[in-house]
Design a protein around this ligand. Structure first.
Ligand SMILES: Nc1ncnc2c1ncn2[C@@H]1O[C@H](COP(=O)(O)OP(=O)(O)O)[C@@H](O)[C@H]1O
Ligand SMILES: [Mg+2]
Length: 250
């Protein structure tokens, strides 16, 4: 079982889109997949066709009250397992602070998970305690980046956080950086893309996720893009990314 957190403290860079569509593409390639939504906004939950207000158990119950993680798992119509999130999780950061070993709670809760090839964690746009929990529980971090002027800003904080948490989680590493919302006609995007390659080298995925309207439409139907428009550019790109991720696993 491999755990991959999708993180970047910037909002709107394609974290949730990547989490949902990577999960769906991995599942389509015969992997057992669990997607964990760690963002109180619950966009990954809604995006896989799950009604977030109807969740019986969320990560809040697991982390704060010690409810068994198995009880929070629901089957998405998209063909994989999901632990959903909703507003019940907002403010969890403050409640977590009062607990002992507050940064270890997710890792402890996940210890009983079995039978999955991949667990994908969608993080909130923040480096809060919940995200720290994800970093401590995960094997690798996938960083989605939009190729715009401020792309690299804040990245130092994320890299530093990852470095510091290696003490608690020796496995922790940047698994890869994926360019998202890419517009090849945009000169600046190409410049920033080249800059990212210079900075990250081998850590860059070859697959670039284009800006594609189907990717933006699919969540409104509660579907990953592979189930919404299988042959769209966005769908093909995430299937390619899944291939790269699986190749890294070998
Ligand atoms: N490659 C893409 N092409 C078009 N729209 C996208 C793409 N990736 C994300 N979006 C849209 O951009 C917005 C932000 O993406 P999202 O994945 O929610 O980012 P984050 O989770 O980092 O905040 C959403 O409305 C999403 O549908
Ligand atoms: Mg998100």
């Amino acid at each position: 079982m491999e755990i991959l957190a999708i993180a970047n403290q910037k909002g709107g860079v394609g974290k949730t889109t990547t989490a949902v569509n990577l999960a769906a593409s991995l599942a389509a390639k015969k992997n057992q997949v669990l997607l964990i939504d760690l963002d109180p906004q619950g966009n990954a939950t809604t995006g896989t066709g799950i009604e977030k207000r109807e969740l019986a158990v969320t990560m809040a119950d697991i982390l704060l009250d010690g409810v068994d993680i198995e009880q929070a798992i629901v089957q998405s119509p998209a063909g994989f397992a999901v632990i959903g999130a909703n507003r019940d999780m907002s403010g969890i950061d403050i409640s977590l602070m009062a607990k002992t070993d507050s940064h270890l709670l997710l890792r402890q809760a996940m210890q009983s998970l079995a039978g999955y090839d991949y667990v994908i964690i969608d993080c909130a746009p923040s480096l809060n305690l919940l995200t720290v929990n994800a970093m401590v529980a995960t094997d690798g971090v996938i960083i989605p980046m939009q190729c715009e002027y401020y792309a690299l800003e804040g990245l130092a904080d994320l890299s530093q956080t990852i470095e510091r948490l290696k003490e608690l989680n020796p496995k922790l590493h940047i698994r890869g950086v994926v360019r998202t919302l890419f517009d090849a006609r945009n000169t600046l995007a190409n410049d920033v893309s080249a800059e990212l390659e210079a900075h990250f080298g081998e850590l860059m995925y070859d697959t670039i996720i284009p800006r594609n309207v189907r990717l933006a439409e699919a969540p409104a139907h509660g579907l990953p893009v592979i189930a919404y428009e299988k042959y769209s550019k966005g769908s093909r790109a995430y299937q390619k990314l899944a291939n790269e991720v699986m190749q890294q696993s070998r």
